[in-house]
Design a protein around this ligand. Structure first.
Ligand code: 5AD
Ligand code: SF4
Length: 439
């Protein structure tokens, strides 16, 4: 195509947005757009935004400010805002930022090409009833050996701090047949690892040939796809960790020994105020059951410090829970009041106190992450190569435990699955010696 228009996409926030950006790129490819990584060359800039914390939302407006100059120099430039800030703020974005042409919420991506064609300033933040993914083109992009697959969207849990139930809407699950189709298509393109995505992925209950299927059944079916070597899923809620899913961790070799299971706090009082609907002890017992099924599983979590009303004793309870579990890694955040959520009405914890707690919690998590990595030294790991390393002849990939692993392997290719012995651990990755090629 000689007159291809150039599309620059910036993705903020979670893996779901990464997946959505990919699908929007494919939808716009049908209208003649090809991607560029040089914003100065772009005919269209698409910002796929995140609303989860205030800082994430603010990034949009600072980026839009920077685009003003570019639009002045390139009057034909189209600027689109997608994702959760688009959903939450809608028209307000057009009012606040004259540079923006299109605002499209996460449930309206399939209408993006038509909006671009229309050539006027438009907002679409409707929640359609149809499966938007089935209206997008088939997935065709060149891809690496590990891919995301959105199976579920939205959330009905209404944690008191969280905007997701408002921006992504009610929990909906995609039908089984579509997911199996999409997964087979990915494998046919060389994908060997699929991470199933959803804001509350283990609440999955998609329509199957014989009634609704839970996540465990979906995972078991996907594991049977020839050529698909690895499966993961994220993000899970502790209250939806059903027996069959726990059992799958014990008996499905394709299900990788890593689980992101956010607990947010270790204080029962704060968990209640957060509307999490479980206690610290229930979480610890759940972890016990998961480890009984898969003893070597690495656990990861999200934590919020400085939730309104959090006392020093509540914070110490969180540190106690972290010590009791022993996480492989975790994400931790200072509480950020989000407009429209119940917790935003309450008095905040002073910023200095929240900052100090965040530092203490992160120091503990970093120490646990390092000891989890150190524990791998001397052990065997299976590594799926994702890219060449910085040194000549070196490959980098992920282990089953989701550690980044460097392997010296001049014959190695992206997509190879190898067995290697871990020889060293550095701050964020492992080094390993090649033992054999698995496939
Ligand atoms: N403030 C701080 N962190 C938040 N998260 C969600 N909402 C907020 C908020 N208002 C965190 C939670 C969640 C992760 C994706 O982001 O820990 O699990
Ligand atoms: Fe938000 Fe997760 Fe709670 Fe749902 S379960 S409301 S996505 S924090």
């Amino acid at each position: 195509m000689t007159d291809a228009k150039k599309l620059f996409v910036k993705t903020y926030g979670c893996q779901m947005n990464v997946y959505d950006s990919e699908r929007m790129v494919e939808a716009l490819a049908a209208s003649g757009y090809v991607t560029t990584d040089q914003v100065e060359d772009a005919d269209m800039v698409l910002l796929n935004t995140c609303h989860i914390r205030e800082k994430a939302s603010e990034k949009l407006y600072s980026d839009l400010g920077r685009l003003r100059g570019l639009k002045a120099a390139r009057p034909g430039l189209k600027v689109g805002v997608a994702g959760c800030v688009a959903q939450a703020e809608g028209e307000e974005i057009l009012r606040r930022s004259p540079v923006v042409d299109l605002v499209v919420g996460p449930q309206a991506y399939h209408r993006l090409p038509a909006m671009v064609e229309a050539g006027e300033r438009l907002v679409d933040t409707e929640f359609p009833v149809e499966d938007k993914f089935s209206l997008l083109p088939k997935r065709t992009a060149m891809r690496g050996p590990a891919a995301f697959l959105t199976v579920q969207e939205g959330c009905d849990k209404f944690c008191a701090f969280c905007v997701v139930p408002y921006t992504r809407g009610a929990e909906t699950s995609r039908p089984v047949a579509r997911l199996l189709d999409e997964a087979r298509g990915l494998v046919a393109q060389g994908v060997r690892e699929i991470t199933l995505l959803g804001q509350n992925v283990n609440a999955y209950h998609g329509a199957g040939p014989d009634g609704a299927w839970g996540l465990a059944r979906l995972v078991r079916e996907l594991a049977g796809i020839d050529g698909l070597r690895r499966l993961r899923y994220t993000t899970s809620h502790p209250n939806d960790m059903e027996d069959d899913l726990i059992a799958a961790h014990g008996d499905l070799p394709a299900l990788m020994p890593y689980l992101h299971l956010p607990v947010q706090s270790g204080s029962d009082r704060i968990l209640k105020a957060m509307n999490r609907r479980h206690s610290a002890d229930q979480y610890l017992r759940l972890v016990g059951r998961i480890r009984a099924a898969r003893p070597d599983i690495l656990l990861s979590s999200d934590f919020i410090v400085g939730f309104p009303g959090e006392t020093e004793a509540d914070f110490q309870a969180t540190l106690d829970l972290i010590r009791a579990v022993g996480f492989g890694q975790a994400f931790s955040f200072k509480y950020s009041a989000r407009p429209g959520t119940p917790a935003a009405e309450k008095a905040p914890v002073p910023a200095e106190i929240a900052d100090a707690r965040l530092r203490d919690l992160q120091a503990l998590i970093t120490a646990q992450q390092h000891s989890a990595q150190e524990a791998m030294v001397g052990r065997e790991a299976e590594v799926l190569y994702e890219k060449p390393g910085r040194l000549p002849g070196q490959m980098v990939g992920k282990s089953g435990h989701l550690h980044a692993v460097h392997v010296q392997d001049p014959e190695g290719r992206i997509g190879d699955l190898v067995r290697a012995r871990v020889s060293a651990s550095s701050s964020n990755s492992l080094a390993a010696r090649l033992l054999s090629r698995i496939a």
